[in-house]
Design a protein around this ligand. Structure first.
Ligand code: FEO
Length: 173
C-alpha cells in the first residue's frame, strides 16, 4: 500500500506529465503552423511519450492499491519567439521534471517504500535521455543560427524520429 504522501505526490506527477504532454502538443502545433513538419513531428512524439509517462504512474498507483485523482490540466503557451526559444523552454522543462522525479525518489526513501524506489529508477534513467536529446538539438540550433539550409536539414533529421513506448519494454531510449 502506498503512503498517503506518496499517493498525493505521484498523483501530482501524473498531472504534471499530462501537462507536459499538452505543452509539447502545443509546440507541435506551433511548428506545424510555421511550416516545419519535422520539428512538429518531433514534438508530437514528445507529446506521445509524456502521455505514456503519465499512464505508467497512473497504473502504478492503482497497482499499489492507491486512488488516482484526475486533476484539471493548466493552460500552456501557444506562441514562441524563435525555434531556439522553444527548445530552450523544453530543456528547462525537462530539468524541472528531473528535479520533481528526484524529489519523488527522496520521498520514497524517507517513506522506506522500496517498490516505489524501484519504479522510479526507470524515470531517473529516462530523464538522463530526455535532457541529453534536447541539449543536442539546442546545441545544433545554436550552431545553425538563422541559416535556412541548416534549419531545413535539421527539420528533415527530426522527421525521422520514431515513437516507441519504452514504458512497456523497460528499456530507456
Ligand atoms: Fe515525462 Fe519528459 O518527462
Amino acid at each position: 500500500m502506498l503512503s498517503k504522501l506518496l499517493e498525493k505526490e505521484i498523483n501530482d506527477q501524473i498531472n504534471y506529465e499530462f501537462w507536459s504532454a499538452q505543452l509539447y502538443l502545443s509546440m507541435s502545433a506551433h511548428f506545424a503552423d510555421l511550416g516545419l513538419p519535422g520539428f512538429a513531428h518531433w514534438m508530437y512524439i514528445q507529446y506521445q511519450e509524456e502521455t505514456t509517462h503519465a499512464v505508467k504512474f497512473f497504473n502504478y498507483v492503482i497497482e499499489r492499491g492507491g486512488k488516482v485523482q484526475v486533476q484539471p490540466i493548466q493552460e500552456v503557451s501557444t506562441v514562441w519567439d524563435s525555434i531556439l526559444s522553444v527548445f530552450k523552454e523544453t530543456m528547462e522543462h525537462e530539468q524541472k521534471v528531473t528535479t520533481r522525479i528526484n524529489h519523488l525518489a527522496d520521498t520514497a526513501v524517507a517513506e522506506k517504500d522500496h517498490a516505489t524506489q524501484s519504479m522510479l529508477r526507470w524515470f531517473i534513467d529516462e530523464q538522463v535521455e530526455e535532457e541529453a536529446n534536447v541539449k543536442a538539438i539546442v546545441d545544433t540550433l545554436k550552431l545553425v543560427k538563422d541559416n535556412g539550409y541548416g534549419i531545413y536539414a535539421l527539420d528533415k533529421e527530426l522527421a525521422t524520429r520514431v515513437f516507441i513506448d519504452n514504458t512497456q519494454t523497460g528499456i530507456n531510449a
